[in-house]
Design a protein around this ligand. Structure first.
Ligand code: MN
Length: 312
């Protein structure tokens, strides 16, 4: 059982107040864990008066994916062109389906003094990627892990003997926050058909014999039906992701997921032209009304598959 450790790169998030995130997916060597195709981890960062240090991402578009917002601390106001205004709070999943096209804004609220969480994307399979806009919110119960090892919040899919989430997904997925007690050891029963990954938020975690530090994403191919985890002496907090291998090729650029260079070009033009494809966000207050798409690179965008970018 080989754990592939992906180390994060520091990326400034677009927006007026560009918070920095630690990005582990997509990675040169790996595009997906299941259909999870994007893993950003941020904070804890102090937020001062006037949202200084906080998040303020003006309206921007998405296609062909779902966004999962999950916070450890803080509060974010979400507004989208499906008419949803919602608060993202710690321990509650907000799942936005972009499908054919959506746009949204994300702003940390005045009540936020510390911002800390993850932003994850799920690639939609070809048969679902033109689906309509959607939004689901769910606050999972805090479930006990076996052997007094700690607590779990299962926000997507199911963790055997622990808990399940009622939130609908378009491919088989797992997403959970695990809080491990100091020195805890446990073996989790998992689906052997899934790829799995552990994102460490706090503490040290040993996954199948490999030690992961905060910010690392430790990835495992399908095969094992037990995952051995051990927390360091201070305990650990982690996000466990999983899913059936995603066998499609996608093209990811900026906020879009498509299947070809030409599709991405068309999405970009539609956003710049204020097409109905993306609709409009009501009620966002900021100096910038919407984020313009960046220029495309001078080369054709290359598809990615499970192993990274495909040959040109
Ligand atoms: Mn977004």
């Amino acid at each position: 059982m080989t754990v592939e450790i992906l180390r994060p790169r520091d990326v400034p998030l677009g927006g007026l107040r560009a918070i920095h995130v630690r990005r582990t997916l997509p990675h040169r060597d790996r595009s997906f864990v299941g259909a999870w195709c994007f893993v950003d981890h941020y904070g804890p960062t102090q937020v001062r008066a006037g949202n200084e240090g906080g998040m303020d991402v003006p309206p921007h578009p998405h296609t062909g994916l779902q966004t999962v917002s999950w916070l450890f601390e803080g509060e974010i106001e979400h507004r989208d062109s499906g008419g949803v205004v919602g608060l993202v709070r710690p321990g509650e999943i907000n799942l936005m389906t972009a499908g054919h096209g959506i746009c949204h804004s994300e702003v940390s609220t005045a009540a936020t003094s510390v911002l800390h969480g993850v932003q994850l994307w799920v690639a939609l399979p070809d048969g679902a990627r033109e689906t309509g806009r959607g939004f689901e919110h769910h606050a999972p119960e805090v479930a006990a892990l076996p052997d007094g090892a700690g607590e779990a919040r299962v926000f997507l899919g199911s963790l055997a003997e622990v808990a399940s989430s009622p939130v609908h997904t378009f491919t088989p997925l797992l997403g959970a926050q695990l809080d491990l007690a100091p020195g805890a050891r446990l073996e989790l029963t998992v689906d052997a058909a899934y790829e799995h990954a552990v994102l460490v938020d706090q503490g040290e975690v040993t996954l199948a014999g490999s030690t992961l530090s905060p910010g690392h994403l430790g990835c495992l191919d399908p095969g094992p039906d037990r995952l051995a985890l051990q927390a360091g002496p201070e305990g650990a907090r982690l996000i466990l992701l999983g899913g059936e291998p995603f066998e499609e090729e996608i093209v990811m650029w900026w906020n879009f997921v498509g299947r070809s260079h030409d599709e991405i070009v068309a999405y970009r033009e539609a956003w710049q032209a204020r097409s109905d494809r993306f609709g409009a966000v009501d009620g966002y207050v900021g100096d910038v009304e919407r984020i313009p798409a960046p220029a495309l690179p001078g080369v054709r965008l290359r598809p990615r598959n499970r192993r990274g970018r495909t040959a040109p």
